[in-house]
Design a protein around this ligand. Structure first.
Ligand code: AP5
Length: 216
């Protein structure tokens, strides 16, 4: 299964991916996580990306495309992968298409998780993550257990100001990726409002429908 999760910041891509990759036994490739690791490690890529990420701006296409193409070429991606947060611009989608075509591979599905803008700020500013396990919590919607509460961290780009910028960038740069995939017939829209478990059921049902369609 080769699939993409797209949606606005805070739509629940990371939350959903954590379970879906287990269901489908595929690696989870989150460009946000890869870039945050590069920043933390102080690599050349991390130094270049940091300034864009802090402000909630997109990291330049050429940097992200090279990072992802290299990653999906690794052996653990031979039988599939889940891309989370990529592609985020039309040039990124075109580059991914070209790389897959060269490799003789094809995408199975692109899942768009839809959440109204009005809900995004609350989700983003209340998010906390566990640096030890990578688990994602929310102070209200998914409260952390007491034993991990002290070690949780808040992302630098999870301020209300950076969130507003990320949302604006989503509408300007990433929304045009939706018609790109709609034309291929691979795009499925999933309502991202509801509990994470409810959203998960909708995604699994949508992927099942895509698989059935492909089999017929
Ligand atoms: P990235 O890390 O990809 O951030 P994002 O797309 O803005 O998405 P988020 O991680 O903020 O949200 P999510 O949808 O994963 O939601 P989550 O599950 O955590 O990218 C960060 C930055 O890196 C970008 O701004 C950019 O600078 C750079 N970058 C990354 N990829 C790039 C690319 N391709 N090109 C250029 N630059 C790139 O959930 C959010 C919160 O809501 C959590 O607290 C969670 O517990 C809660 N929640 C989840 N689901 C529900 C639910 N159903 N109900 C209630 N609460 C929920």
């Amino acid at each position: 299964m080769r699939m993409i999760l797209i949606g606005p910041p805070g739509a629940g891509k990371g939350t959903q991916a954590a379970n879906l990759v287990q269901t489908y036994s595929i690696p989870h490739i989150s460009t946000g996580d890869m870039l945050r690791t590069a920043v933390k490690q102080g690599t050349e890529l991390g130094k270049q990306a940091d300034v864009f990420m802090k402000a909630g701006n997109l990291v330049p296409d050429e940097l992200v495309i090279a990072m992802v193409i290299e990653r999906i070429g690794q052996a653990d991606c031979d039988s599939g992968f889940m891309l989370d947060g990529f592609p985020r611009t039309r040039p990124q989608a075109v580059a991914l298409d070209a790389a897959l075509e060269t490799a003789g591979a094809a995408l199975d599905a692109v899942v768009l998780i839809e959440v109204p803008d009005a809900m995004i700020t609350e989700r983003i500013t209340g998010r906390r993550s566990d640096p030890q396990t990578g688990d994602i919590y929310h102070l209200t919607f998914r409260p952390p257990p007491a034993e991990v509460a002290d070690r949780l961290v808040q992302r630098k780009d999870d301020t209300a100001e950076a969130c507003a910028n990320r949302l604006a960038k989503y509408h300007k740069d990433t929304a045009p990726v939706v018609p790109f995939y709609e034309e291929t017939g691979k795009l499925v829209r999933v309502d991202g409002v509801g509990t994470p478990a409810e959203v998960q059921l909708r995604i699994v049902a949508a992927l099942q429908a895509v698989n059935n369609q492909a089999a017929n």
